[in-house]
Design a protein around this ligand. Structure first.
Ligand code: 5GP
Length: 200
């Protein structure tokens, strides 16, 4: 069985990343979502164990001490982390994994997992991002989010792919194409020997 692949997606909040990730997960049943742990409170409609594993700071710190996280970071005043054991078992079962994590976490992963595929999603411009956050009433800590967005954009060049989300359908096509193209890599196709055997 082939080993699963790791798709790491980052974007400033307001870039449409959550929508794009959901669309990708709906389209490809070979792809599973990595559910992170977080100390932030659940928002309306979020389900524990599906959106996140919602834990308190003590539990999170306990997990840090036990070296349970593949990566973790402090984002917008809360802690977020990816469980090591969950990723290991998903990869071993051959599943491709989609991780929606911030650039600090992505850079930690990059130093540990060289075969990951790193994708950054950006809004068409910083002013458009601000407008989107205001439009969706996400004015809670707007200055902090805008400050973080400009900081996060500085990591773009560390990623393998860049998707500009100006128009959702186009951005989704680009994201899907990345997923499909990555599956055609010669080091990923599992039956490459039989395909290349002229006597076969
Ligand atoms: P939100 O609270 O809006 O769901 O997420 C805030 C930010 O935390 C997003 O940028 C998201 O990508 C990031 N995030 C979610 N899970 C993780 C994680 O496990 N690790 C890291 N480093 N960031 C995460």
């Amino acid at each position: 069985m082939r080993k699963g692949r790791l798709f790491v997606v980052s974007a400033p909040s307001g870039s449409g990343k959550t929508t794009l990730c959901r669309m990708l997960l709906d389209k490809f049943n070979t792809l599973s979502y990595s559910v992170s742990h977080t100390t932030r409170a659940a928002r309306a409609g979020e389900v524990d164990g599906e959106s996140y594993f919602f834990v308190d700071k003590n539990k999170f710190n306990e997990m840090i001490d036990k070296d349970d996280f593949l990566e973790y970071a402090f984002v917008h005043d809360n802690l977020y982390g990816t469980s090591k054991s969950m990723i290991e078992s998903m990869l071993a079962s051959g599943k491709d994994i989609l991780l929606d994590i911030d650039p600090q976490g992505a850079m930690q992963l990059k130093s540990k997992i060289s075969y990951g595929i790193y994708i950054f999603i950006v809004p068409p411009s910083i002013s458009e991002l601000k407008e989107r956050l205001i439009k969706r009433n996400d004015t809670d800590a707007l200055d902090l989010r805008m400050h973080n967005a400009t900081q996060e954009m500085m990591y773009v060049k560390e990623y393998d792919y860049l998707v500009v989300n100006k128009e959702l359908e186009r951005a989704f096509n680009e994201l899907s194409s990345i997923y499909v193209a990555e599956g055609c890599r010669t080091n990923v196709v599992s039956n490459i020997n039989s395909l290349c055997d002229i006597n076969h």
